[in-house]
Design a protein around this ligand. Structure first.
Ligand code: PMP
Length: 295
């Protein structure tokens, strides 16, 4: 897919420049060692016609926390980055966009810390990350990175080698996506999304600790409070997941997307009758500030 053309503008270290003319250093620590942190954000055309970045402040707070967790120098304020992001959207004429800020390291082939970091923000039009059909998911042979080996709460570039391996394995085996366990064998998350399951009118999701603290996950929990749906954050196994009435993934790029099956088990509930479907509709309405999808 083409992420940019000759007219595309990105934000690069305080300036708005043409993506096609921007450069980076082949001797950068980020390129060689995956030592970078990034975000995945979405903007939407709202009911009023305006463009709104969903949970922009939360994403930029997480970007800062990710950088600090990896000892990367970080001097940007949330406000200046939100403003820069709206400017990137406006300069590229984008409303429904996927936004990718990345903080990366200077040239440095050693493992030593750096005196500065660089920041780039790009945006492009992107459809749903996992499509809009119910997913066929498999238990990955890969586990999520051990929190004793990585700052798992950080959205760090290097962690995504794990996501790429898991997702590619699932697709090579004919599935749509993978589900990874944590280092103790409990369900953790997908390669790029958090997971919830529904059983007898209640939702369950893994607790924080071995997963990325998803902003969509937090939004789903907020929506559940409003809809009076009980949610419990606790560890569970893939065997328990197979007994669920319904399951869904959630993430900025994937939004809320139901599962059809997991390994060889097809979920019994009709997706349209599930709590997940109600949340999917409420999520769409929330990000667009009032656009209702026809049911
Ligand atoms: N887990 C992983 C591993 C992810 O990459 C993502 C996507 N950022 C998520 C969960 C969902 O996070 P969010 O809702 O903040 O996009």
């Amino acid at each position: 897919m083409a992420y940019y053309n000759n007219d595309t503008i990105i934000y690069l270290n305080g300036a708005y420049v043409k993506a096609a003319e921007a450069t980076t250093d082949f001797f950068g620590q980020s390129l060689h060692y995956g030592y970078s942190v990034f975000e995945g954000i979405r903007s939407y055309q709202t009911a009023s016609g305006d463009t709104k970045i969903f949970k922009a402040e939360e994403h930029y707070r997480r970007l800062k926390n990710s950088a600090l967790a990896l000892n990367m120098p970080y001097h940007w304020s949330v406000d200046e980055l939100v403003e820069a992001t709206y400017e990137v959207l406006s300069r590229n004429g984008l409303q429904n966009a996927y936004i990718r800020p990345i903080v990366y390291a200077p040239a440095n082939m050693s493992f030593n810390p750096n005196k500065e970091s660089y920041l780039m923000i790009a945006a492009w039009e992107m459809g749903l990350f996992l499509g809009d059909k119910l997913l066929r998911v498999m238990t990955s042979s890969f586990q999520r990175p051990n929190p004793k080996g990585f700052k798992i709460e950080a959205k760090a570039g290097g962690h995504y080698v794990n996501s790429i391996l898991a997702s590619q394995e699932a697709k090579a085996k004919g599935f749509d996506e993978a589900l990874l366990t944590d280092m103790n064998g409990f369900v953790a998350e997908g390669p790029g999304a958090n997971v919830f399951f529904e059983k007898n009118g209640k939702l369950y999701t893994p607790p924080l600790g071995n997963i990325l603290p998803g902003i969509t996950r937090a939004t789903v929990i907020e929506i559940c409070e409003e809809l009076n749906v009980p949610v419990e954050e606790r560890l569970f196994t893939t065997d328990e997941l197979k007994q669920a009435d319904a399951v869904f993934f959630c993430g900025t790029a994937a939004e809320v997307i139901g599962w059809q099956s997991f390994d060889d088990v097809t979920f019994p509930a009709n997706w349209n009758d599930t709590i997940g479907r109600k949340i999917q509709l409420a999520y769409k309405e929330r990000v667009t500030e009032g656009i209702k999808e026809k049911v």
